[in-house]
Design a protein around this ligand. Structure first.
Ligand code: C2E
Ligand code: CA
Ligand code: CA
Ligand code: CA
Length: 273
């Protein structure tokens, strides 16, 4: 009917407008450097030791305020602005890793989120290599988080991922369980870590199905030799169940929100003392 069509039209126009606005503002902000990285600790569930951090991009727009990545990363991907932004993110995270390397902190890995679009860009491996050289960071301090779609997209992608691994960078499969990987297919993937999506962690203490899924993921990962990290741990109960199930590593607001590098350092000290 006419009314419905009109509503659809309005919705679409508003969406397009917002997208164009975001695209323009993104472009400006990339050249003006209105971004920073926050870092979220990843901890050993048994000892509480800091194992690494995940770098998460933050857009600080002078007028619009903080725009969450779930809102602008998809636009950056559609417009390919993720390429310059993504390169800045890798560079910035490696610079931070180098600082911690110089401060003689134990190799606390910085995990960098890389979008499938970035991975498909010819020259991505060369770009990563160049950034490692420029920043002087050792590759053992860097991890890359990729969602399942990055692995499944084209068979050629797996070769690219393997080339990155050959540099000594570890690879994590992000948001695991929400995509379409079948268990039999995991063992073929060039990855080191499975990151269980927070959808299964948020209700693990009150949902039998989530517990069953997490148990199954841990069992399969153990069989094929992948490390497992659980994301989105918000309370002690969830942490305790995961530890009981043999999950080694966790991340979430229960331990720390994404924060400044300095706060991560105080987290390291708290853990080490
Ligand atoms: P992600 O890679 O799955 O990142 C985890 C998200 O979960 C982060 O949201 C983090 O702040 C949030 N989180 C961490 N612990 C908890 C918790 O205990 N409870 C809940 N409810 N949430 C938690 P954020 O920073 O808003 O990022 C959202 C998504 O945006 C990321 O999901 C990732 O897909 C994308 N993103 C963020 N930074 C980057 C980046 O540098 N590059 C790319 N390509 N994508 C990024
Ligand atoms: Ca991630
Ligand atoms: Ca994730
Ligand atoms: Ca996600």
């Amino acid at each position: 009917g006419g009314g419905k069509f009109e509503m659809y039209e309005h919705g679409t126009a508003a969406k397009t407008l917002e997208r164009i606005l975001l695209e323009n503002e993104l472009r400006k902000s990339i050249s003006l450097g209105h971004f920073n990285l926050d870092y979220q600790p990843k901890v050993d569930l048994k000892t509480g030791d800091l194992m690494g951090v995940e770098a998460l991009v933050r857009w600080n727009h002078p007028d619009l305020g903080r725009i969450p990545p779930d809102k602008f990363i998809p636009v950056a991907e559609e417009t390919k602005l993720i390429l310059p932004l993504g390169e800045w993110i890798i560079h910035e995270a490696c610079k931070q890793a180098r600082k911690w390397q110089d401060a003689d902190f134990a190799p606390v890995r910085i995990a960098i989120n890389i979008s499938a679009i970035q991975l498909k860009e010819p020259g991505i491996v060369e770009a990563i290599k160049r950034i490692l050289v420029e920043t002087g960071v050792t590759s053992e301090r860097i991890e890359i988080e990729l969602t399942e779609s990055a692995f499944a997209d084209r068979s050629g992608m797996q070769d690219v991922i393997q080339e990155i691994r050959d540099l000594g960078i570890t690879i994590a499969i992000d948001d695991f369980g929400t995509g379409y990987s079948t268990f039999s297919y995991i063992k073929e993937l060039p990855a080191d870590t499975l990151k269980i999506d927070r959808a299964f962690i948020g209700d693990i203490h009150e949902n039998e199905e989530s517990r069953a899924i997490v148990k199954a993921i841990l069992a399969v990962a153990g069989t094929v030799g992948l490390r497992v990290i659980a994301e989105g741990i918000e309370c002690e109960e969830q942490a305790a169940i995961l530890h009981e199930y043999g999950c080694e590593e966790g991340q979430g607001y229960f331990y720390s929100r994404p924060t400044t590098p300095d706060k991560c350092v105080s987290f390291m000290k708290r853990v080490y003392e």
